[in-house]
Write a protein that binds this ligand. Structure first.
Ligand SMILES: Nc1ncnc2c1ncn2[C@@H]1O[C@H](COP(=O)(O)OP(=O)(O)OP(=O)(O)O)[C@@H](O)[C@H]1O
Ligand SMILES: [Mg+2]
Length: 76
C-alpha cells in the first residue's frame, strides 16, 4: 500500500485508543510507518511504549481503532 506521497506503507495505526478503566493511555492515535525508515519509541516510564508494541503484535486488544499491515508481512 502507498500513501499520498507515494511511499510504501509498512504499518498504519488508525484511531487507536486504549483505556484501562478511567485511565486513558492512548486516544485517537494515527500513525504511519513507511518502508526504508527506522523508528524509535520514546516516552517516560509508564507512558505506554511496551503497550503500544503489544497492540501492534496483537498481544493486547485496543479499546478503539485498528492496526493495518500487509497480510504477507510479519511482525517479529
Ligand atoms: N493490564 C493493565 N491494566 C491496567 N493498567 C495497565 C495494564 N498494563 C499496563 N498498565 C499501565 O499502563 C501504563 C503503560 O505501561 P507500559 O508498560 O506500556 O509503559 P512503558 O512506556 O513501556 O514503561 P517502561 O518505560 O517502564 O517500560 C502503565 O502506567 C501501566 O501501569
Ligand atoms: Mg516498557
Amino acid at each position: 500500500m502507498y500513501n499520498v506521497k507515494g511511499d510504501v506503507t509498512m504499518l498504519k495505526i488508525l484511531n487507536l485508543s486504549l483505556r484501562y478503566g478511567k485511565r486513558i493511555l492512548f486516544e485517537n492515535v494515527n500513525l504511519e510507518f513507511t518502508e526504508g525508515n527506522c523508528y524509535g519509541v520514546i516516552g517516560a516510564n509508564g507512558a505506554g511504549k511496551s503497550t503500544l508494541l503489544k497492540i501492534l503484535t496483537g498481544q493486547i486488544e485496543s479499546t478503539t481503532g485498528e492496526v493495518i499491515k500487509d497480510r504477507n508481512d510479519r511482525i517479529s
